[in-house]
Design a protein around this ligand. Structure first.
Ligand code: PEP
Ligand code: MG
Length: 869
């Protein structure tokens, strides 16, 4: 079996067998770059060795044959005292595990060959220095001798001599070598003088480093399979420590931080590889090299260019300069920041290195999550106060406040974080003046999470270890108690939050992001709309490139000082006439909301959903009302209010349900109190007529929520069509009626429902809730963590559509719906609509568009293009 590949024999396609480093060295050799001669022992040999405890049969013979070929090539001999060949023994797994495994340099030196090296290079000090490095490295890696003892020895000599290690004389180094041998003796070992033994033991040590604790931990964290093994590359030594015309360093072919097209290099003169990594000396930069070693500099620039064009991506390179001559020791695709990833993809496309499609595929959509929100800058040393769900990304800093009323009172002058057990519709106004939200309960689709994403504000929700006491206005976690005014930093990207103010980085949608998104738009089939509940959100959605509104939830429009009392009176009404009276008052307000929406979205469709939540959500909770009644009765307040609050209490009690999310909400309310939907439809049509008369083209789409049986839609449609037509000049408006598909039964009977609908929009929040039978407001806080941690579920179905279950229902609904109504327009407006995996799935089952929160529009545009490539 073939266990050895000379660099000339390998190539980048053999990465599984040769590891990243071996494949890179082979590829560079193949394209004619200056790589020191060498060969790679395969990962298969490693796997066999780790299984059997011995090298596989023939491996060592092949190794020695390859070594002889290298000897020929460089006219030196391994172990020859006159003319010694030295090699490095380098690890390299198929996937990058930086710094996790071992490498031994200068193998082949002993008491005799060190003299040969000194003679050959005419530099005794250098030869001895290489030798003492080998003894130390070999001791640490092969025998596991303590690093501190070797380091201590060097420190001791430094102290005694009063200068640093660069200035060691040959006699200092000779003394160090003696000391090193003593460390071996102390541990009952000796440094092997036989070069072949050094080689064999080094190879074994590198193989074994695959199973070192840190490598195993690294694989676990990064989900790297255990059974890959590492390859070992044996490379002729070249020396960066041969004097001031020698150096060793690393380079990125573009700036890994900004993405700018300029070589980013760090190097040390007169040093060996491990010095750069160890950070003992401050490295120099590329501009220094231009001055110091002009020839090597221009070679490096050329190599970088060749490698980039060859690999067609930014490369991360290791190099050594030996007496002015540049050698390449490694190349791999370089890691980069989110911002750099975008710039590099766009510029490589513009330079003609990659195609439009490749540029799109180079950037993962989630990157926009990172660059669109200010982010907490941690140095890893801060201790967080606690952790919850990362519900809405970004950093927010502010003093904590425990109620929305208080937040409004303190006003916009202060930066605040709203801390609540959970939030409700009542909190929206307070949320509007806060920087971010922190809640004890709730999941990824809880009120706080949904509103936070829609507002583009950071949120950490469902911190079950935290206790929020709204009576005393305190927050308690891990024995610490915080009060109003205490400053916290919340990181909605990680779900962590901290006491005090942490530094943040500001986002920026730069020209490169804009360009990439333009390319994405050209390449996608799916439309991208936004979920927006206010004209401001609609505005932002347009700026981010949304092509219309996929969901405007009208319930938010009934909040606010002016409107909520009318809404409450409407709900408390005892007769249809009374209800009608209050609805008439709400009508002009609704009209003005819709006018704004339509103007912002001129030329694009706007889906307005009729009232959906259970009515009790517009009323205060029982406790608040009871307190108020108590206050009035104990004489602190005017008694004329008593009647009002008693009536309010009665209404709340009447509306009380065991399962409000499965209760009297959505079209059920619309059917029982049809005058509510009548008012909304009139408002939509009147607004449409008004805006249209200004010469703007608009496309209202009226959406009915929570339909599960076609009769629900049929009855409502018959009535609402009439209402729409009753509005003067409504025939001039191009409008549609449709329904949300968010109840499993609606999917199964989609053919019947589609007869009454121009469009479907999947409400995957409710559809997931009802398909799994998990409460969308409780699951994440209660058991979802456990399910995910224990692999019961792979992904949270409220963040990413469950393709096997919910997705199958969607597929069925699309198929059945289009069969009975071929013009049916189908989209998705649940929270998952902004999730890249969900977007791929929606593309696959043939939806017309996805709708996501305004901040996720760039993600959705890119994901939709990637789905189509
Ligand atoms: C849904 O259920 O997915 C949806 C979009 O509606 P809501 O979240 O308002 O119930
Ligand atoms: Mg819903």
């Amino acid at each position: 079996k073939k266990y050895i590949y000379l660099f000339e024999e390998g190539g980048k396609e053999l990465v599984d067998l040769l590891g990243g480093k071996g494949a890179g060295l082979a590829e560079m050799t193949k394209i004619g770059l200056n790589v020191p001669p060498g060969f790679t022992i395969t990962t298969e040999a490693c796997i066999d060795f780790l299984r059997d405890g011995n090298f596989p049969k023939g491996m060592m013979e092949q190794t020695m044959d390859a070594l002889h070929m290298i000897e020929e090539k460089v006219s030196r001999k391994f172990g020859n005292p006159e003319n010694p060949l030295l090699v490095s023994v380098r690890s390299g797994a198929p996937v990058s595990m930086p710094g996790m495994m071992d490498t031994v340099l200068n193998v082949g030196l002993n008491d005799e060959t060190v003299k040969g090296l000194a003679f050959m290079t005419d530099n005794e000090r250098f030869a001895l220095d290489a030798y003492r490095r080998l003894i130390q490295m070999f001791g640490e890696i092969v025998y596991g001798l303590p690093h501190e003892e070797f380091r201590g020895l060097i420190e001791k000599v430094k102290r005694e001599k009063g200068y640093d290690e660069d200035k060691f004389t040959t006699s200092d180094i000779t003394e160090i070598i003696k000391g090193e041998n003593e460390i071996y003796r102390k541990h009952k070992k000796s440094f092997p003088q036989d070069p072949q033994e050094q080689l064999v033991e080094s190879i074994k040590a590198v193989f074994n480093s695959w199973n070192s604790r840190r490598a195993k931990t690294y694989r676990e964290i990064n989900h790297i399979p255990e059974n890959m093994g590492t390859a070992v590359s044996i490379v002729t030594m070249v020396f960066g420590n041969m004097g001031s015309d020698s150096a060793t360093g690393v380079a990125f072919t573009r700036d890994p931080n900004t993405g700018e097209k300029r070589i980013f290099a760090e190097y040390l003169t007169n040093a060996q590889g491990e010095d750069v990594v160890a950070g003992i000396r401050t490295p120099k930069y590329i501009d220094d090299m231009k001055m110091e070693m002009p020839q090597a500099y221009s070679d490096l620039i050329r190599m970088c260019d060749i490698l980039e064009h060859h690999y067609r991506d930014m490369q991360d390179i290791e190099f050594t300069i030996e007496r002015g001559k540049l050698y390449m020791l490694q190349t791999r695709t370089g890691k980069r920041s989110a911002k750099a990833a975008i710039r590099i993809a766009v510029e490589m496309y513009e330079e003609g290195i990659i195609s439009e499609e490749e540029a799109i595929m180079r950037v993962t959509p989630e990157i926009f999550d990172r660059i669109l929100h200010p982010q907490v800058k941690t140095n890893g040393k801060e201790t967080p106060l606690g952790k919850g769900l990362a519900a809405s990304p970004g950093a927010a800093i502010g003093s904590i406040v425990f109620s929305s009323e208080r937040a409004i009172e303190l006003g916009k002058s202060k930066k605040m974080i709203l801390v609540r057990p959970e939030t409700t519709a009542d909190d929206v106004r307070g949320m509007a003046v806060c920087e971010g939200f922190l809640t004890q309960k709730g999941g990824m689709t809880s009120h706080a999470a949904v509103v936070a994403r829609a507002m583009g504000k950071p949120a950490v929700v469902g911190v079950e270890t935290m206790h929020v006491d709204t009576t005393n206005n305190t927050l308690t976690i891990n024995g610490k108690t915080l009060h109003e005014g205490d400053v916290v930093t919340i990181d909605g990207t990680s779900g962590l939050f901290y006491l005090g103010e942490l530094p943040v980085e500001k986002p920026e949608i730069d020209k490169f992001s804009k360009k990439l998104l333009e390319l994405a738009d050209k390449n996608r089939k799916l439309g991208v709309r936004a979920n927006a509940n206010t004209p401001e959100e609609a505005h932002l959605a347009r700026e981010n490139g949304a092509e219309g509104i996929g969901l405007a939830r009208t319930e938010r429009m009934f909040l606010g000082n002016e409107r909520i009392p009318i809404m409450r009176s409407m709900i408390m009404s005892e007769s249809k006439e009374e209800r009608q009276k209050y609805l008439e008052q709400l009508l002009p307000m609704q009209i003005s909301d819709f006018v704004e929406f339509f103007k912002t979205m001129e030329g694009y469709p706007v889906i307005i959903r009729l009232l959906d939540p259970p009515l009790h959500e517009f009323l205060p909770d029982k406790e608040t009302i009871l307190n108020k009644i108590y206050e009035i009765k104990s004489g602190k307040n005017g008694s004329d209010e008593l009647q009002y609050y008693e009536k309010l209490l009665k209404t709340v009690r009447d509306l009380e349900e065991f399962n409000p999310m499965l209760g009297f909400r959505g079209c059920r309310v619309g059917l029982v109190y049809p005058e509510i939907y009548d008012m909304q439809v009139r408002a939509i049509m009147e607004a449409a007529v008004r805006v249209q008369k200004e010469g703007r083209r608009i496309m209202p789409e009226i959406m009915i929520p929570l339909v599960g049986h076609h009769n629900e839609l049929k009855i409502l449609m018959e009535r609402l069509e009439k209402t729409a037509k009753s509005v003067k000049d409504s025939d001039q408006v191009d409008y549609k009626f449709g329904t949300m598909i968010e109840i499993p039964r609606a999917c199964v009977t989609a053919d019947k429902i589609a007869k009454y609908a121009d469009f479907f929009s999947f409400g995957t929040n409710d559809l997931t809730q009802m398909t799994f039978g998990y409460s969308r407001d409780d699951a994440e806080g209660k058991f979802m963590f456990f399910y995910l941690e224990n692999g019961i579920l792979e992904k949270d179905p409220f963040s990413s559509v469950d393709e096997d279950g919910v997705g199958e229902l969607m597929r069925m609904a699309v198929e059945k719906g289009r069969k009975s109504n071929e013009k049916l327009e189908v989209g998705i407006c649940g929270e998952q609509g902004g999730d890249p995996d969900t977007i791929y799935f929606c593309h696959k089952i043939g939806l017309d568009y996805v709708s996501a929160s305004p901040y996720r529009i760039p993600i959705a545009r890119l994901a939709a293009a990637r789905a189509n490539i």
